[in-house]
Design a protein around this ligand. Structure first.
Ligand SMILES: [Mg+2]
Length: 276
């Protein structure tokens, strides 16, 4: 008989790569959503919250282009402008988006409950903290400054503007691997509040965890979420979990506060020779 032997990684988790808005800060991922709404309103084509949130996780210019490409939005745009949205229209809206977003980011920079404790626990275990974001470098500089004031720091931040391709491509995760000196992608965990961010982790060959309640899938601020009646909370939670599981997430949890049991489970699975 002839046998082939398969090489397996049985070491520890080397890095956890976090998304920012909706995952570590800005409960509900509100900051970008309100600005997308404002930008389309200024073009005379108001969009609703569901349309604004649909492409969340993508780089911001790509996000605007994806909203503009929605059949419902194209139809309304045509009625107002007499043509469908062009690349020049998207460029103009992105140019308007940048200063509006920079202006309001600091209003939404509160940490998500549990973010600080979770990241500090991971650091205490010798795990590197990477991050990726659909914000550009200038926007992330504001978030990094604001969250550092709250004691929150990561080892590395990669922005959509730092790589050739935004989510769901794996570029940002893989640049984290390179710059953090990680030896293999299966030793990495990606945590995100959007479907495209879960795909980013999967496309990079990593363990991918969805945070269902604190981010774009429910789309409510912390106060709004707490004010929701229990049956409404249960409905919103079930919908978000189903969508994230359907997308291929290895685990789905409510928020970053619930992450550590997943980390322990992945640690045990790696030790058994499992891969993502
Ligand atoms: Mg996010």
């Amino acid at each position: 008989m002839t046998y082939a032997y398969r090489r397996t990684y049985r070491g520890p988790i080397q890095a956890v790569i976090f998304d920012w808005a909706g995952t570590t800060m800005d409960f509900g991922c509100v900051a970008p959503a309100v600005v997308f709404i404002e930008v389309f309103k200024r073009e005379g084509v108001p969009i609703d919250m569901a349309e604004a949130r649909g492409p969340m996780g993508a780089a911001k210019r790509a996000h605007i282009a994806q909203i503009a490409a929605m059949p419902s939005v194209r139809e309304r745009w045509f009625k107002v402008h007499g043509s469908t949205p062009t690349e020049a229209d998207v460029d103009r809206m992105y140019a308007a988006f940048i200063p509006l977003q920079l202006d309001c980011l600091s209003q939404y920079s509160d940490l998500i409950p549990g973010a600080l404790e979770t990241v500090n626990t991971l650091k205490g275990r010798g795990i590197k903290i990477g991050s990726s974001s659909g914000y550009n470098t200038e926007m992330m500089a504001v978030n990094i400054r604001d969250t550092a004031r709250r004691g929150f720091t990561v080892d590395l931040t990669v922005c959509a503007s730092d790589v050739p391709h935004g989510r769901p491509n794996p570029d940002m995760c893989l640049l984290n691997v390179m710059k953090l000196g990680i030896t293999t992608v299966e030793a990495c965990v990606k945590v995100d509040d959007t479907l495209t961010g879960i795909e980013e982790g999967l496309n990079a060959g990593m363990w991918s965890i969805g945070v269902a309640i604190s981010g774009n899938e429910v789309g409510l601020s912390h106060a709004e979420w707490l004010a929701l009646q229990a049956p409404d909370q249960a409905r919103a939670r079930a919908r978000a979990y189903a969508r994230m599981q359907q997308c291929g997430a290895h685990y789905v949890v409510d928020s970053i506060a619930d992450l550590m049991p997943c980390i322990d489970d992945i640690t045990a699975r790696l030790a058994r020779g499992e891969r993502p």
